[in-house]
Design a protein around this ligand. Sequence first.
Ligand code: VTB
Ligand code: MG
Ligand code: MG
Length: 333
Amino acid sequence: MSFPSHPSEQNNQADRNLALELVRVTEAAAIAGGHWVGAGDKNAADGAAVDAMRTMLSTVQFNGTVVIGEGEKDEAPMLYNGEKLGDGEGPALDVAVDPIDGTRLTALGMNNALSVIAMADGGSMFDPSAVFYMEKIVTGPDAADLVDLRLPVKQNLHLVAKAKRKKVNQLTVCILDRPRHARLVEEVRATGARTRMIMDGDVAGAIAACRENTGVDVMLGIGGTPEGIVSACAIKATGGVIQGRLAPVDDEEKQKAIDAGLDLDAVLTTDELVTSDNCFFAATGLTDGDLLRGVRYSGSRIHTQSIVMRSRSGTVRMVEAEHLASKWERYER
Ligand code: VTB
Ligand code: MG
Ligand code: MG
């Protein structure tokens, strides 16, 4: 990886860490959506998060086009694909948003819901529109160069354990709790590793698998393709890996993929899911999770916790923020 020269030696525009501005965007979405935590209405939560995200995005100087506006799959209100964002200044950027990954978690008041946005050079994000689902393996830097989605689960877990100097039974594997994963869960448990079943939110799961001290070592299973690309943007800054293989649900989707020129057997690497090494990523917790604490509303203040990453520099920052509640009243329920 080539490391940038000191910012003072560069064109400052190119070296700007846009992610530090994007964190305001995910904070806004989390604060707005967060009012709906535990209120039993996932669309209202998503709607509030989308609205706040859009409003705050209009304050950021950049030239973006939404290539992943996750709403389609969940029939949620969205920042739609092809929508232009920012004031149009500077080089073109692809934008991937998920104002809430985990709307159901939010509605139920369960762990691991977050608001997320990622940006990368224009044209560098994989187009997820042909196939909704993707089989994934994600792990952190220790075993990033060792795992391979084509290997049996057992072998991958042994490779991770060895690289992390752990016993296999000390590994925790994050898996979306879905009937389609029944066999995978059995395979994982047969190795002695633990499973951490999550109801939704495999973006949080993927990032947790790449970070130290989150209690998650690996993420496996089939989740959303858009979430895979969003995760890849973050994973690049951690030195971890995501590998994905498209998982069409039926013949119709299979044909759509083939027509789009996609190879359904291919294992897509982190660098194929997002080819640019210039990725910006920000996420803010809505509810508590392995990665982030959720929004806290306490009297006159609102507290948020976010993670901000940039792949070119490999920086990962945790941002704790306090917001004046009176400024956010319009999003109250
Ligand atoms: C995952 C998860 C999301 O979709 O990608 C999942 O991260 C996969 O789809 O939070 P299914 O729910 O259909 O299995 C979500 O649950 C919702 O976007
Ligand atoms: Mg999602
Ligand atoms: Mg969503």
